[in-house]
Design a protein around this ligand. Sequence first.
Ligand SMILES: Nc1ncnc2c1ncn2[C@@H]1O[C@H](COP(=O)(O)OP(=O)(O)O)[C@@H](O)[C@H]1O
Ligand SMILES: [Mg+2]
Length: 246
Amino acid sequence: MIRLEHVSKQYGKGKIKALDDLTLHVEKGKVFGFIGPNGAGKTTTIKLLTGILTPTEGKVMIGGQDMVENPLAAKRMIGFVPDSHEMYERLTGLEYLNFMADIYGVDAASRKAHIEKYLALFELEDAAGDQIRSYSRGMKQKLTIIGALIHHPPVWVLDEPMVGLDPKATHLLKEEMRRHCEAGNTVFFSTHVLDVAEKLCDEIAIINKGKLIAEGTLEELRSGEKGASLEQLFLEMTGEAEEATV
Ligand SMILES: Nc1ncnc2c1ncn2[C@@H]1O[C@H](COP(=O)(O)OP(=O)(O)O)[C@@H](O)[C@H]1O
Ligand SMILES: [Mg+2]
């Protein structure tokens, strides 16, 4: 469903590659976790696979559509939650969600059902009529998630989605991610929270300094190190203990 083929990204001539020859395949029905220390290239990868950045080399395919040749078809399949949200502070939550629904051409009945379901789930009903600038960070994060999924995209791409969420909302989001994949869809997300990755993901990739250093199920990553936690493996592989607990 998601294919990155030998993708590299260089932010400027002569600069080192933020991403170096990354090849990743994520099949339908999988929750795929992308982990790595700060500056490893996670956000760069996510911006490439959502078409915000163009690769310096290589190819990005979403559901068989090439992101460079067919960007609209590829992007339509994606629901993207960025790591920071510059939101429309003067819109109310509800106006923002309707704006997102308009962009994606979601019909009235479908948007109403989605908005009602998720506002209730994330307990945002009372705030939906307030301007976004009055929202806490967690409320903005919840609203971003609701808006990103409004067109029922098969592929969810989430950059550090649990940041700012309280434990209950984190739990709900994890359940939604699992449910989405069990329905035959795909979730790709980056995280610093290794416990979350360990429990939630069908497959994990570890990236360090722009290079893929490991990929597979937790069992495959352990390869012989019986009982090793993801944290232990991560620290061994990246050798950057101080950054791993952020
Ligand atoms: N717009 C940019 N211009 C130049 N360098 C960038 C830009 N964005 C990211 N980088 C660099 O690319 C590398 C990877 O960053 P990023 O993808 O944000 O990592 P992560 O999300 O894993 O923390 C870092 O060295 C970062 O400084
Ligand atoms: Mg990042």
